[in-house]
Design a protein around this ligand. Structure first.
Ligand SMILES: N[C@@H](CCC(=O)N[C@@H](CS)C(=O)NCC(=O)O)C(=O)O
Length: 204
């Protein structure tokens, strides 16, 4: 039995969808950001980084969405959520997902958690001002160059779809019109009609 620590509307949605999709036995534990539970001693003893997601597994505790997504998918190979026996295809998948975690997620965080990078209120508000532009640039790249179709990596549905869906759900709040990116918007609509995705969203 896995234990997933998540917060609604956060990047942990991707890991939650992966768990549900593979049929793994898990318990989802909500971390209350409203009360800064992620900064409390109890939570820091689970994840010293003070972030979600965290997956507690029989093998040990994992942090970082991408690591968790890879672990879940490779622990349930029959679900086919990551390429098997094809190092280049797997590396391409990691390349896309790393772009989401290290560039797109960070561009979003500049808008909502600018205090991580600056103390000066003017600098924080400048980071916020720039967020719609930087998120739009990232999604333009995804829309026109990275997204293969019908799924992110081509014919096979997998962890990149769960991750893109999660980060694309922040666009409106980041001041970006999601309809600027029709392929991503269509992907989002298909994900939203998926029973597994619906179930996870309802549960969160
Ligand atoms: N690099 C981490 C980032 C995790 C992260 O920043 N999670 C956010 C939610 S999307 C969080 O826990 N924020 C709480 C905080 O900053 O206090 C990953 O990809 O898992």
């Amino acid at each position: 039995m896995y234990r997933l620590f998540y917060a609604p509307h956060s990047c942990s949605l991707a890991s939650h969808i992966a768990l549900e999709q593979t049929g793994a036995a898990y318990e989802a534990i909500k971390v209350d950001f409203g009360n800064n539970e992620q900064r409390g001693d109890d939570y820091l003893s689970i994840n010293p980084k003070g972030r979600v997601p965290v997956l507690v597994t029989p093998d040990g505790t994992l942090t970082e969405n991408l690591a968790i997504l890879v672990y879940i998918s490779q622990s349930a190979p029959e679900a086919g959520l990551t390429p098997r026996d094809d190092p280049f295809a797997f590396a391409q998948l990691l390349s896309f997902c790393t772009y989401l975690s290290s560039t797109v997620h960070v561009a979003h965080a500049h808008g909502v958690r600018g205090y991580r990078w600056a103390d000066d209120p003017a600098a924080i508000s400048e980071m916020k001002r720039k967020t719609p532009e930087s998120m739009s640039e990232c999604f333009e790249t995804i829309e026109t160059r990275l997204f293969r179709g019908p799924w992110v990596m081509g014919e096979d549905y997998g962890i990149a779809d769960m991750y893109l869906f999660t980060i694309a759900s922040w666009l409106k709040a980041d001041g970006v019109d999601p309809n600027q990116f029709p392929r991503v918007a269509d992907h989002r609509a298909r994900m939203l009609s998926d029973p597994v995705v619906k179930k996870v969203i309802a549960a969160q």
